[in-house]
Design a protein around this ligand. Structure first.
Ligand code: BES
Ligand code: MN
Ligand code: ZN
Length: 501
């Protein structure tokens, strides 16, 4: 899909389709589409009057123009209530619109509604949201289908009509940023949607290797023997139950060699989580190919950061393995030693994410990365607490937490901070080791985060639990059923905020 910004008018432009937005409750077509309505003989006004078109958010109404204007199709897109219109709604509306276009076999379309007229949205940010929404809303995971159900119909070109010449550059820049961002989100979605027999730890490492070679980044991929040398006993403990070789991926982006600081992004790369000997019930296992979503987000974020040439240094760490039961598997009651020397009693082999992160966080601290941000599908408890939309945020540093929440807001991803109360550390106490890997049912997302905190020392750190939003079961707005790619946009925004300083 290509994007372009240029002056023009929906009633005269020669694209297959034009998209016009209307607000809910407006009793006549607004300024932007008044001319279009006139050119179509007043049909839009008629539809509003009859109540067929209400302008409700994401409501799509497709009209055929029968030669009255150059475009074959008009999509009247509901923008919802005036005053509630914002960038996130624009991104979602673009996603809905692009699916309507595809359904109607449209290859090229022009948009008038995108800047939102009275909405007062900023040009570059709006253009960015449109590019993101179109690309993400059109996303399909078709890699394993031998027949293309979509008949090969794809929207090829989207034109943003912008008649303010002074704004054109900002619009083009926004489109380019949105294209890069959506490309990275799609990369993460592809990795997460890929079944576990394809998306193995070794395959994740290959993809990270491709990112490295595309942008000339330095990469180290550790195998089992190398992890042994690093004394990563917790990661190795999880990996001992599977024949699939584990990997510890270290991907380095150096955008500002004059700076000493290197940000650490850590992503859980559990390519399949069966629970291990503490086997999950069938209904909880179905999405567990996606338990590497944190790792995928971190790799994809680095791809975008490198494309944008942000002036920061970032190292991504991805501990990657499967968690399977078997003759050699970790047993409840086993004690492991992480690479920082701490011993862990494994009371539940299904609490494996915190084990592999323990070694990754220790490695990050050992190598002086700061701040450290980890992303993980860590606990069902976080999903229960915050639902599908919000990721849980935990941090030992208020400023870092605030910057991440802001980055999430700007990016259209919601983070909600949960506490790290010292009182709850009691729940993680072991009778036979330094700590145990599960603190029980109550406050499960919190005790998991408190466990991680034991491995970061005093380094500013934040943990983002994405067990709620990593997958979605319905297509809506910029989301498509399956992997969401959650976290990529927040991480890129967060890092780009650091590069501005
Ligand atoms: N990967 C799961 C958490 C998860 C569940 C992510 C559902 C996404 C959707 C994690 O490894 C896990 O199994 N956590 C356990 C922890 C418990 C045993 C302390 C959980 O949440 O049940
Ligand atoms: Mn688990
Ligand atoms: Zn897991």
């Amino acid at each position: 899909m290509k994007f372009e910004a240029r002056p023009g008018d929906v009633s005269t432009i020669a694209t297959d389709a034009v998209i016009a937005g209307i607000y809910e409750g407006d009793d006549s077509p607004g300024e932007a589409i008044g001319e279009l309505n006139a050119a179509l003989g007043g049909v839009i006004a008629e539809l509003i009057k009859s109540g067929e078109v209400k302008g409700k958010l994401n409501e799509m109404h497709v009209l055929h123009t029968l030669g009255k204007i150059p475009a074959r199709v008009v999509v009247v897109a509901g923008m919802g209530k005036r005053g509630e219109w914002d960038i996130d709604k624009l991104r979602d509306l673009a996603g809905e619109a692009v699916r309507a276009l595809r359904k109607h076999k449209v290859k090229s379309a022009a948009m008038a509604m995108w800047a939102g007229g009275d909405g007062g949205l900023e040009h570059a940010e709006s253009a960015r949201a449109v590019a993101e929404g179109c690309l993400l809303g059109a996303y399909l995971y078709r890699r394993h289908m031998t027949k293309d159900e979509n008949n090969g119909h794809e929207v090829e070109e989207i034109i943003l009509l912008e008649n303010d010449g002074a704004a054109l550059d900002a619009v083009s820049e926004g489109l380019e940023k949105g294209r890069i961002m959506a490309g990275a989100v799609i990369m993460a979605r592809d990795m997460v949607n890929e079944p576990a027999n394809h998306m193995t730890p070794a395959h994740m490492a290959e993809i990270a290797g491709e990112v490295a070679s595309r942008h000339g980044l330095d990469i180290t991929v550790m195998d089992r023997a190398h992890m042994e040398k690093e004394k990563m006993g917790a990661l190795l403990g999880v990996a001992q139950g599977t024949a699939e070789p584990p990997r510890f991926i270290v991907l380095n982006y150096r955008g500002d060699p004059s700076k000493k600081e290197v940000v650490g992004l850590v992503g859980k790369g559990l390519t399949f989580d069966s629970g291990g000997i503490s086997l999950k019930p069938q209904e909880f296992m179905s999405d567990m190919k996606g338990d590497m979503s944190g790792g995928a987000a971190v790799i994809a974020a680095l791809d975008a950061i490198a494309q944008m040439k942000l002036a920061v240094n970032v190292t991504a760490l991805i501990p990657a393995t499967e968690n399977l039961p078997g003759g050699g598997a970790l047993k409840p009651g086993d004690v492991l030693k992480a690479s920082n020397g701490k011993t862990i009693e494994v009371v539940n082999t299904d609490a494996e994410g915190r084990l592999i992160l323990a070694d990754a966080l220790s490695y990050a601290v050992r190598n002086g990365l700061s701040p450290i941000v980890d992303l993980a599908t860590l606990t069902g408890a976080c999903h229960i607490a915050l639902g599908d939309l919000y990721a849980g945020l935990f941090s030992n540093d208020r400023g870092l937490a605030d910057r991440l929440i802001r980055a999430g807001n700007d990016a259209g991803e919601k983070l909600w901070q949960l506490p790290l109360p010292a009182e709850y550390k009691e729940q993680n106490k072991s009778d036979i080791a330094d700590i145990k890997n599960s603190g029980g049912r109550y406050g499960g997302a919190i005790t998991a985060a408190l466990f991680l905190q034991e491995f970061v020392g005093e380094t500013p750190w934040a943990h983002i639990d994405i067990a709620g939003p990593f997958m979605t079961d319905k297509t809506s707005g910029a989301l498509v059923k399956g992997a969401t790619g959650f976290g990529v946009r927040t991480l890129v925004r967060f890092v780009s905020g650091l590069s501005d300083k």
